[in-house]
Design a protein around this ligand. Structure first.
Ligand code: ADP
Ligand code: MG
Length: 255
């Protein structure tokens, strides 16, 4: 299994006509760690993920993954380096089965032989079989084993979110980015998601960076936390340091 990758965000700024979404934001994520970015709505959290994954070009600053410079790389090439993400709003194909949705993760990284099998290229069938096996393994890991051939649409929200995570893992992720994985969940679903993230991290040893609005969830899960407010880093440290930081309490925890 691929080892986790180190991520370095260095003085990244992103401006949208008049709005400063990120202002010289720096962040170091240790390989194999679970880290988090928290902050109120509009703080710039999703923008940060869009920069890391190549969907937004920063107006200044750099992003590196291990030795690789991601700053001006296209999204599909960044994905191929093992950077996978989930979205704040679920993006699943409701008519397709759990397995088909997870298989899409292999397409997105261009690793599976599925497309090549369709074109009857040599070696593609074996590749497709390997991709299917990998997807079924990821489904099993996130507790979707018995649901592989069920359509996604009717499944409960918490279960659908698991499908999205399995899809992100399917293409051999080294860095998993989770955008508000527990938004809109019940207390029971939130506990189950924390357990799932621990299981995925423990089994695959990849690096996980999650962004969240739910502070309690993050502080129980991440080893290090960065706090964003209005596009700026206002604090970073261990969960205990963050809990006690007056700037964080003023900007966020006391809201
Ligand atoms: P968060 O995820 O922390 O809630 P976002 O990163 O989504 O915050 O947004 C940060 C700021 O950047 C907000 O003011 C938002 O309106 C703005 N923003 C984000 N994406 C775009 C975009 N594509 N075009 C214009 N403004 C954007
Ligand atoms: Mg967001």
């Amino acid at each position: 299994m691929s080892a986790g990758a180190a991520l370095a965000v260095e003085a990244v700024s992103v401006h949208f006509s008049g709005v400063r979404a990120l202002n010289e934001v720096s962040l170091d994520v240790a390989p194999g760690s679970v880290s988090a970015v928290i902050g109120p709505n509009g703080a710039g959290k999703s923008t940060l993920f869009n920069v890391i994954t190549g969907f937004y070009r920063p107006s200044a600053g750099r992003v590196r993954l291990g030795e690789a410079e991601l700053t001006r790389m296209r999204p599909h090439r960044i994905a191929r380096l093992g950077v996978s993400r989930t979205f704040q709003n679920l993006e699943l194909s409701d008519g397709e089965t759990v397995l088909e949705n997870i298989m899409l993760g292999c397409y997105l990284q261009g690793r599976s032989g599925v497309l090549r099998a369709g074109l009857r290229l040599p070696g593609a069938r074996a590749e497709e079989r390997a991709a299917r096996e990998r997807c079924a393994e990821m489904a099993e890991l996130v507790g979707l084993g018995p649901l592989l051939h069920r359509p996604c649409g009717p499944l409960p929200y918490g279960t659908r979110k698991r499908v999205e995570i399995a899809r992100a893992l399917a293409g051999e992720a080294r860095l998993l980015l989770l955008d508000e994985p527990v938004a809109g969940m019940t207390a029971g679903e939130i506990d189950a998601m924390a357990e799932l993230i621990r299981t995925v991290h423990g089994s695959l040893g990849l690096t996980i960076l999650l962004i969240e609005h739910d502070v309690r969830f993050v502080l129980g899960l991440a080893g290090s936390v960065t706090v964003l407010d209005f596009g700026e880093v206002i604090a970073r440290g261990s969960p205990d340091q963050i809990r006690a930081d007056p700037a964080v309490i003023a900007a966020y925890l006391g809201e």
